[in-house]
Design a protein around this ligand. Structure first.
Ligand SMILES: Cc1cc2nc3c(=O)[nH]c(=O)nc-3n(C[C@H](O)[C@H](O)[C@H](O)COP(=O)(O)OP(=O)(O)OC[C@H]3O[C@@H](n4cnc5c(N)ncnc54)[C@H](O)[C@@H]3O)c2cc1C
Length: 486
């Protein structure tokens, strides 16, 4: 039976495990942990703990198990579905200090890192060896590999290289009772169930990952990056399907619409035509010998679908500028001074014209400003819905519009999330995509790893909402006069 909670005593015990400077309890310090990039859902933790190694994580989690205390794993908090928001209170276990690369094995193309290592540092560590870590979420300058594992993160280059699960071969994980397990390892194809595959994408509900073993990928010999400019968004998305149908597999195929182009131009002055309806960033890579043929083929397809211009980056600097627009577009939107919910549905690529048109209709119906910047090649749409968070009616409209968009994705044969996860944001639309039997099966699996539900409570499953719909409550959507997440 868990002992009655006494915060002061728990803080003292936590400090004895990790040191006083690794336990944050004052209101100002913990305020930054009350949400992630999905800001409609907020709730503060009791304390934030910053362990430096697996042993410390295990000791903290054993303490939580002893007191029956909820804990929420957190990387950098760049998540966009409320996954690391401590919806039920308890403590946040931050991986910020789990930030060391432990082992690099070039001949076997493996790297072992602590879970709090920032994504981009992985590739940087092996660049001189002509290797890299392929999954490159647009947040890669900030997000952690542990967060990527939990969300099965994607990124612009996952069209060709695959998402996180294709690049993780092992994890060290602290279970909800504090026991440490090692799943997978350095070798390919271990026997038995693919438990690493199960942990990847489980949104921190199977345990806290402290170390990851990743598969390194050779850097391509050559890269060509193009910008195709369109007067019609429909022509741009038709080009996406035509390129793939023609047998070309670009490394990346990203679309930016007129709303975001204008925001990026205002912010970065990159020389994008701000009267264009859409641009595609198209990157092909591989052996130098075949690249020009692919560039010519892609250019021809873009023109035959109505592109008004196709530019090629001729220097590394020009290429970096094209990617800057894509990877920092959220920052550009931030300058508008509005809050934003970024949606994340996946649809069959060929449905892009229809779905983008309907997203426009939906945002028009709710009178919401919306812009699209997304992984078009993967059919992974990201409508960004802008609103004033101090206006309850606008918040309500954004929630309803978001639900309609996700239902639409399922209707056309897609999914409610491509890479940002369900978290808190999509907890109720789980039922749109999955049958009660599907959800029960997933919950049964979760309960094998996390039987008491102490690890990352309140996420993923509609039943998990109980912890924040009862006495703990949250500030979520209450501003809009609603009692629950949508
Ligand atoms: C500007 C911007 C661009 C983005 N672009 C992309 C993109 O291109 N592709 C993409 O996939 N995502 C993208 N994202 C979303 C986000 O960056 C990813 O989901 C990322 O993987 C989250 O990593 P994080 O370290 O910030 O994790 P957090 O936000 O801190 O946590 C995310 C989830 O992981 C869990 N978690 C974190 N660490 C661990 C751990 N060690 N063990 C167990 N569970 C853990 C948390 O509990 C939570 O459920 C973007 C976000 C932003 C703000």
């Amino acid at each position: 039976m868990a002992e009655a909670l006494n915060s002061a005593a728990i803080f003292t015990e936590l400090k004895s495990l990790v040191g006083a400077d690794a336990v944050l309890t004052d209101a100002a310090s913990i305020r930054a942990y009350d949400c992630d990039g999905y800001t409609p859902a907020r709730n503060g933790p009791l304390a934030v703990v910053l362990p430096s190694n697996t042993e410390q994580v295990s000791a903290i989690v054993k303490l939580c198990a002893h007191y029956g205390l909820w804990f929420t794993p957190r990387g950098s908090g760049t998540g966009l579905s409320g996954g690391s928001t401590p919806m039920c209170g308890g403590i946040v276990i931050s991986t910020t200090r789990l930030n060391r690369i432990l082992h690099i094995d070039v001949p076997n193309r493996r790297l072992i890192a602590q879970a709090g290592v920032v994504n981009t540092y992985l590739s940087r560590a092996v660049k001189a060896d002509q290797l890299h870590y392929a999954p490159d979420p647009s947040s890669q300058g900030a997000c952690t590999v542990g967060g990527n594992v939990a969300e099965n993160a994607g990124g612009p280059h996952t069209l060709k290289y695959g998402v996180t699960t294709n690049h993780i071969v092992g994890v060290t994980m602290v279970m909800e009772d504090g026991e440490v397990v090692q799943l997978g390892g350095l070798a390919e194809d271990p026997a038995g169930y693919d438990l690493v595959g199960l942990v990847v994408g489980s949104e921190g509900t199977t345990g806290l990952v402290t170390e990851v073993t990743i598969r390194l990928t050779p850097l391509p010999q050559g890269i060509r990056t193009m910008l195709a400019i369109f007067d019609s968004a429909e022509s741009a998305v038709r080009t996406v399907s035509s390129i793939v149908a023609a047998g070309v597999l670009p490394a990346a195929l990203e679309m930016i619409d007129t709303f975001i182009i204008k925001a990026c131009e205002d912010a970065f002055h990159l020389g994008f035509p701000d009267d264009a309806e859409a641009v595609l960033i198209i990157e092909v890579d591989g052996l130098e010998a075949g690249l020009q043929v692919e560039v010519d083929r892609v250019t021809e397809i873009a023109f035959s679908n109505g592109a008004r211009e196709v530019r090629s980056a001729s220097t590394e600097r020009e290429r970096a500028l094209l990617w800057k627009a894509r990877k920092q577009s959220f920052g550009a939107l931030g300058r508008l001074g509005l809050s934003m919910v970024t949606h994340d549905g996946v649809i069959p690529r060929t449905k892009l014209p229809e779905v983008l048109a309907r997203v426009k209709e939906i945002s028009g119906k709710y009178n919401i400003l919306a812009g699209n910047v997304f992984h078009a090649g993967d059919g992974n749409i990201h409508p960004n819905l802008m609103y004033n968070e101090h206006d309850p009616l606008q918040l309500e409209a954004v929630m309803l519009a978001g639900q309609e968009i996700l239902r639409l994705c399922v209707e056309v044969g897609g999914s409610i999330t491509g890479e940002h996860g369900v978290g808190v944001e999509k907890i109720d639309v789980m039922q749109v995509q999955f049958s009660p039997q599907d959800i029960a099966l997933m919950e049964a699996i979760k309960s094998v790893f996390n039987p008491t539900g102490l690890c990352n409570p309140g996420k993923l499953f509609p039943t998990a909402k109980r912890c924040w719909e009862t006495e703990h409550g949250t500030r979520m959507v209450k501003a809009a006069g609603r009692g629950a997440a949508v």
